[in-house]
Design a binder for this molecule. Structure first.
Ligand SMILES: O=P(O)(O)OC[C@H]1O[C@](O)(COP(=O)(O)O)[C@@H](O)[C@@H]1O
Ligand SMILES: [Mn+2]
Length: 331
């Protein structure tokens, strides 16, 4: 879809929005106030998106489930003319990690041509399978032991050498147990499944697979990057409360259907993220968390994942007074 691909300047404009979000929360990292972090990041993102030369629409917002500040689904942004771009956004994935100064917290968006990203509707949660090295034969419908055998065969390594990330939640306990019982290495993580999913999709053996139920918006953000990383992903709805289930049923959702990567993201897409705290994305790709300098400027490390450019890194200083820079430094 080259004719509709955002040009380099536009991609950098979107990346600047995540940089502005990371820079805006720099002074709040480790301060314990996750809600404030979310609010400040949302404001900075929204402001940076306003001036982009696009006809922009938010299709996946984040924060509703936790009543956190958010960009709303359906919200329009940009100057109104230019390419029709859909946006999935999580101003800070890993808010708790940022509030406690722990790794893997990122300001993250994904962009794609209009209509390309799967509509999660009223879903808060998805069950996800994210794998390295391609593998459309891997399905959530199979027992985990079968999936691990298939992945091991595809990667040419014994199951014992596979590393499988599972978010540490009671809802994922059986999954974690099945991974361990099959003899694979379990990597439990508390939060931040966008960063962990990218590591799982990258074919470098750092992580080989991510399994379990996590946030639905994070799933769509992840899908945008998995193709470019040469990985595989599949997901299905996994409502975690009767209310969520009822909302999905009301919306006519087929809860049993597994949604493969080419439906989660139907066209070329780009994931753009800036590190709030230090974030490993693949072997040899570790982003430093945002750093505030004495003069009030912020150093932000970022990455773009997209067609033809898996994991393009950058580092940028955002001056306190720059138009697209820090809104007003928070300390
Ligand atoms: O914390 P929950 O409700 O189990 O939801 C899981 C989701 O929360 C996170 O751990 C953190 O997300 P936020 O910081 O955006 O709230 C995600 O990475 C994950 O997908
Ligand atoms: Mn999140």
């Amino acid at each position: 879809m080259i004719e509709r691909a955002p040009d380099t300047d536009l991609l950098d404009g979107f990346l600047d929005a995540t940089r502005a979000a990371a820079a805006a929360v720099a002074g709040l990292v480790g301060g314990g106030d996750g809600m404030r972090i979310d609010g400040v990041a949302v404001d900075a993102l929204r402001r940076a998106l306003e001036s982009l030369p696009v006809d922009g629409r938010v299709v996946v917002g984040e924060g509703e489930k936790d009543q956190a500040p958010m960009l709303f689904v359906g919200e329009r942004f940009g100057m109104g003319s230019g390419p029709a771009i859909d946006l999935a956004v999580d101003p800070v994935d890993g808010t708790k990690l940022a509030a406690s100064g722990k790794p893997d917290s990122v300001a993250v968006i994904a962009i794609a041509p209009r209509g390309a990203m799967f509509d999660i509707g009223p879903a808060y949660y998805l069950e996800k399978l994210v794998a390295a090295g391609g593998g459309r034969e891997l399905s959530l419908a199979d027992p985990i032991v079968v999936t691990l055998d298939r992945l091991a065969a595809r990667l040419g390594r014994p199951v014992e050498q596979l590393r499988v990330a599972v978010q540490e939640r009671p809802r994922n306990a059986a999954t974690a147990q099945a991974v361990t019982a099959a003899g694979a290495g379990l990597v439990s993580f508390m939060d931040g499944d966008v960063a962990l999913s990218l590591r799982a999709a990258a074919a470098d053996g750092d992580l080989d697979l991510l399994l379990g139920v996590g946030g639905a918006p994070e799933g769509i953000l992840t899908a945008a990057a998995v193709r470019a990383l040469g990985g595989w992903m599949t997901a299905r709805f996994a409502p975690q409360s009767p209310e969520e289930r009822a909302r999905l049923v009301e919306a006519g959702t087929d809860l049993d259907r597994e949604v493969p990567l080419d439906e989660l993201c139907r066209d070329d897409a780009w994931l753009l993220l800036s590190a709030v705290t230090s974030t490993a994305l693949a072997a040899g790709h570790e982003l430093a968390g945002v750093r505030l300098e004495d003069d009030g400027s912020a150093i932000v490390e970022s990455v773009v994942v997209g067609p033809g450019s898996p994991l393009t890194r950058s580092r940028k200083r955002l001056d306190r007074d720059a138009p697209s820079g820090l809104p007003s430094p928070v300390r």
